[in-house]
Design a binder for this molecule. Structure first.
Ligand code: NAD
Length: 370
């Protein structure tokens, strides 16, 4: 019995639900972490190797992200064991089955994450209705297509620059990963005058100190090619992006790409975390001690979930963009000012800010976390 509670603390998780239906090969987990601020939002991740523990960590990250963003939502997360590239019919059966199994759990609102997309969310809507991240045709705001997270990141960069001597005009940026987040943050920042000197994807890095053309790179990716097929630049191996000399380094790919043993390779003045948990806490501390400003993930990349929460309220796309801008600018300024004033690193300031908001919400409840 103790094992079940080994991952529990004063914030949650409230519920861990394992779903198993051998008839359709369904194995999934839902973690509802904390709903003091409202029904939880967090994506459904499909991967062959996802675990309950990973789901618990991701649900907690959503509790902090949603609280920091000032949303009326707690944190939750769901994982489904399976290869996301499975045939569509099989995937549809799993998603529909999973949604049905969780029909009664009103404290969780389905959303897309790695391995699931808007079409999957449309199936969830058809089954149970409680979902965000839908296709536009049925009331969704397609957050990846419009670049909600990249838009938010560009505002975070703009505010964070006030705490450095870097000017966005001519600032050299390097972006790891050129998917929904990477290409959109590149688009918005280059529009503001930054120079994209390097990008990478899962196959390699392309570098040109004179600048890369975001539209041409995006066109290559939509043809199914790699950024290394870009003709006008030097090609390097995938992780060479870490060594590129730049002013702003933006991880927008995988978790845990920077850790204690490789953090010294970063040759930048500022890091803004587009990906989730891309840098270990120990490595963030090292960056801070070296005077490199690092804006943590759950502050910097909250544009996507803010957009999803706005969709749930039936808001328009332009209202979602305005809210992302307002919330992320305010949060970034508050976190960086607190970090500076109290001589702590930005993640500590961000966690304290989010925790204060969660504690306040919990204080209004008959029972703390639900
Ligand atoms: P995506 O699948 O659209 O793109 C991922 C990109 O990373 C692809 O270009 C892929 O080739 C590349 N990539 C994969 N492994 C790599 C590696 N080891 N090195 C370099 N590049 C690699 O995903 P996305 O939606 O852009 O999400 C990227 C990250 O941002 C994830 O960590 C995700 O959890 C996080 N995130 C996304 C959103 C969102 O709105 N989509 C919001 C918050 C956080």
């Amino acid at each position: 019995m103790n094992d079940v509670f080994s991952l529990a603390d004063e914030l949650g998780p409230l519920k861990i639900i394992h779903i198993h239906e051998p008839g359709i090969g369904l194995k999934g987990v839902l973690v509802v972490d904390n709903v003091a601020k409202g029904p939880s939002i967090g994506g459904v991740r499909m991967a062959p190797d996802v675990t309950t523990e990973e789901c618990v960590r991701l649900a907690r990250a959503m509790t902090f992200k949603n609280a920091a963003a000032g949303l009326p939502h707690g944190g939750g997360k769901a994982v489904l064991i399976g290869d996301p590239k499975m045939p569509k019919q099989e995937k549809e059966i799993l998603i529909r089955g999973f949604a049905n199994a969780l029909k009664e759990v009103e404290q969780y609102i389905f959303a897309p994450d790695m391995g699931t997309d808007e079409e999957c969310m449309a199936w969830v809507k058809d089954e149970i209705g409680r979902v965000v991240g839908l296709p536009r045709e049925i009331g969704g705001i397609p957050l990846d297509e419009i670049g909600a997270t990249g838009w938010g990141l560009s505002h975070v960069v703009d505010v964070a620059l006030e705490f450095t001597d870097i000017n966005i005009k001519g600032a050299r940026i390097a972006v790891q990963g050129f998917g929904a987040v990477g290409k959109n943050v590149s688009k918005f920042l280059t529009k503001d005058g930054a120079i994209l000197v390097a990008v990478s994807d899962s196959t390699g890095t392309i570098y040109n100190p004179e600048g890369l053309d975001v539209e041409k790179l995006t066109a290559l990716k939509s043809e199914g090619k790699s950024v290394t097929d870009y003709p006008d630049g030097d090609k390097h191996e995938r992780d060479a992006i870490i060594d590129i000399e730049c002013d702003i380094w933006i991880p927008a790919a995988r978790p845990d790409v920077i850790y204690e043993d490789n953090v010294h390779r970063l040759n930048t003045k500022m890091v803004v975390e587009g990906a989730n948990i891309p840098i270990t806490h120990a490595a963030e501390k090292i960056l801070h001690d070296k005077g490199i400003l690092c804006v943590p993930d759950f502050i910097a990349n909250a544009g996507g979930v803010i957009c999803a929460a706005m969709e749930y309220q039936a808001a328009s796309q332009s209202a979602a963009f305005a809210t992302i801008e307002e919330k992320l600018r305010r949060n970034t300024r508050e976190v960086l000012q607190t970090a500076k004033r109290e001589k702590i690193f930005p993640r500590e300031a961000a966690l304290a800010m989010a925790r204060k908001r969660i504690d306040k919400a919990m204080s209004f409840r008959r029972w703390n976390i639900f």
